[in-house]
Design a protein around this ligand. Structure first.
Ligand SMILES: *[C@@H]1O[C@H](CO)[C@@H](O)[C@H](O)[C@H]1NC(C)=O
Ligand SMILES: *[C@@H]1O[C@H](CO)[C@@H](O)[C@H](O)[C@H]1NC(C)=O
Ligand SMILES: *[C@@H]1O[C@H](CO)[C@@H](O)[C@H](O)[C@H]1NC(C)=O
Ligand SMILES: *[C@@H]1O[C@H](CO)[C@@H](O)[C@H](O)[C@H]1NC(C)=O
Length: 605
């Protein structure tokens, strides 16, 4: 299928409202991998990059277990500890815990274990009363010393990866003993656990019923269902089973795992569902087959930050979309996107703002306690691709904080009745001088109205996926036309994807949760009414909209904010701000008293 050459457009408006982490938004459990501090350039993520109001629970990964002393051990003392402790320098533990000074309602936990720690040492420790005591006592001492609220135990996994069958029972014993000690504090130390997603591992590892009351919450790792250890493409974290799944793969999806834990006796209110901020990637055998279950016998090339073949963080993925031609596919039988790029034959199943929103809605509608993010350090945290930092986490929070509506995902799919997958090609950005980015503007008091209707029947709904670029801006406005924004989405699961044009060719409206968000197309592009996308300007019919061209020096263009405007020089627009609270009057090309300026088409400050 021939694809359109489109500039990525902005969908960042999804999260223009910063949601405070409050009780209504459920548990927002954010894992931080402290080794992210060693990533280069824009990939580097330190404790100071954490927004203290993003999450309700912050988890520091990872501490380890010494197989000599059987005590918990600090894995990277230079980063984790302070200079007054042996080998310490960066104070990451203390800086992490200090985020509670900014947001006192945060719960901060230390995680012990993780994939790289393996299972063997934990298996040996859990099998021996004396070693268990050494581990428990040292753990309490470490978390108390640094002021953590408790522990997140990430033994991956009892009875697997070198563990023994007795691990299942020993795990319960370990947790009983630990709970007893944790309860001696007031308030009791918090205790949670990361739990496997695959049924065979779950069956071997956990005796659920005796664990239910011992842990404060259960963090289900609903990802890594598929990856380059397999020889065909599939998705990292499919919400639903794929219709061609067979055998053991029938178990490898989010909904199966959640239902299975509930069948085993885990109550909903203790389940925290995992949502990834990364993709799993292959190198395709051939570009002749680029779909789901395509042959792929090698991992995808490593990205610039994480540098692990077969894995790309969302920040690496969105960077890639800015730099090369890739095709993003939404297969109607899959609830998440995947993409491939012909230049290096990479294929990745990943999650974007739309798919994490749907996952969070599922968690909400299932009555779960909340969701966890693995990990916040691979979201677009700087941000480099979207308007706001933590684009994915904010979309998850938005999804979870909306009221439950009993609208569970439709996982049944019949190939005969369905359309072809929809695809979007990403194209590298043109290299022009760009107007500087401004931050999101708060709600204006007046309602701008689009003065031109478009027949948007919903045909484009969900039929394209577009990638944002950080030159675009988004604005939250009251809906200029409630009918258009609220009556047109077919179900509460579908909040996205309605666009309608603005009178200026380079702007458009997007409906998000019944609100119209004024968006700007990236430089060199204009809103294309036929495609409902920002398209290269020479491909757009501009007979119906106002075109602002910046070829003549010292001409002026309006901005979506009333107090700003663009001045053209050197062929490109430069953002200027009116002084002293004045507003821009486009017809007179000057800044004037707000009362003299027509604000029906800009956002008042
Ligand atoms: C203990 O751990 C070290 C590395 O952490 C490993 O090299 C060694 O083999 C382990 N010893 C035993 C007895 O498992
Ligand atoms: C689920 O989707 C399929 C098509 O994919 C459709 O035939 C079916 O009617 C849908 N079921 C519900 C309950 O919406
Ligand atoms: C809107 O578009 C649809 C599909 O293109 C068409 O069937 C319908 O007649 C149009 N409606 C109006 C009012 O133009
Ligand atoms: C510019 O100012 C004039 C005179 O005050 C006013 O009539 C006009 O509406 C203003 N135009 C805009 C776009 O604000």
């Amino acid at each position: 299928m021939r694809l359109l050459s489109l500039l990525p457009l902005l969908v960042a408006g999804l999260t223009s409202v910063v949601l405070a982490a409050d009780a209504d938004s459920g548990k927002v459990v954010c894992y931080f991998g402290s080794w992210a501090v060693w990533r280069p350039n824009d990939g580097k993520f330190d404790v100071d990059d954490i927004d203290p109001f993003l999450c309700t629970h912050l988890i520091f990964g990872f501490a380890g277990l010494s197989n000599e002393t059987w005590q918990i051990e600090v894995l990277d003392p230079w980063n984790e500890l302070c200079p007054d402790e042996e080998g310490g320098n960066n104070c990451a533990y203390d800086r992490f815990v200090a985020l509670k000074e900014v947001n006192p309602s945060l719960t901060v936990l230390l995680a012990v274990g993780g994939w790289r720690e393996g299972s063997v040492d934990y298996s040996v420790m859990a099998d021996d009363a004396q070693k268990r005591k050494l581990f428990i006592d040292s753990t309490i001492a470490l978390i108390r010393k640094h002021g953590f609220d408790g522990l997140d135990l990430d033994w991956e996994y009892p009875a697997s990866r070198g563990g023994i069958p007795e691990d299942k029972e020993n795990f319960v014993t370990l947790i009983q003993e630990m709970r007893q000690e944790f309860d001696k504090f007031s308030p009791p130390l918090f205790m949670s656990t990361a739990m496997a997603a695959g049924k065979p591992v779950i069956d071997a590892a956990y005796d659920i019923k005796p664990l239910v009351d011992l842990f404060d919450s259960f963090h289900i790792m609903n990802y890594d269902y598929h990856g380059a250890w397999e020889t065909h493409t599939h998705h990292n974290s499919p919400l639903c089973g794929y219709y061609l799944d067979s055998g053991i793969e029938l178990y490898y999806n989010v909904i199966f795992t959640i239902n299975y834990y509930m069948e085993l006796g885990l109550p909903r209110e203790k389940i925290v569902m995992g949502i990834p901020t990364y993709g799993r990637c292959w190198t395709l055998d051939s570009l002749d087959d680029t779909g789901m279950l395509a042959p792929a016998h090698a991992p995808g090339p490593a990205g610039p930050y994480i540098k692990i073949p077969g894995t790309l963080g969302f920040n690496e993925i969105c960077k890639r979309f800015h730099e090369m031609d890739c095709t993003v596919v939404r297969d109607p039988a899959l609830h998440e996107p995947y993409f491939y790029c012909p230049s290096d034959k990479i294929w990745c199943g990943f999650d974007d703002a739309v798919s994490v929103f749907e996952k969070a809605r599922y968690a909400k509608n299932m009555g779960l306690a909340g969701f966890l993010v693995w990990t916040i350090d691979t979201d677009d945290f700087r941000p480099r691709c979207y308007d706001q930092p933590f684009h994915l986490v904010k979309s998850m929070k938005e999804g979870f904080s909306l009221p439950a509506d009993n609208n569970l995902p439709n996982c049944s799919y019949t190939p005969s009745t369905t359309a072809l997958p929809t695809t979007t090609t990403t194209t590298p950005l043109p290299t022009t001088t760009l107007p500087p980015t401004t931050t999101t503007t708060p709600l204006p008091t007046t309602i701008p109205s689009p003065n031109h209707h478009h027949n948007n029947t919903g045909a484009y709904h969900h039929h394209h996926h577009s990638f944002p670029d950080h030159y675009s801006h988004s604005y939250h406005d009251s809906c200029p036309n409630n009918y258009r924004c609220s009556n047109h989405y077919p179900s509460p699961n579908h909040y996205f994807g309605f666009f309608f044009p603005h009178k200026d060719c380079n702007k458009y409206w997007e409906c998000i949760n019944g609100q119209a968000i004024l968006q700007l197309c990236g430089p060199g592009t204009l809103f294309d009414e036929d495609l409902m996308l920002c398209n290269w300007e020479n491909q757009v019919d501009t007979s119906d909209c106002t075109l602002w061209i910046c070829e003549v020096d010292n001409t002026y263009l309006p901005h979506a904010d009333c107090d700003k405007y663009y001045r053209c020089y050197s062929g490109s627009p430069h953002l200027e701000q009116c002084p002293n609270g004045l507003y821009w009057n486009q017809s007179l090309s000057l800044c004037d008293m707000p009362s003299n300026v027509d604000t029906s088409n800009c956002n008042p400050v």
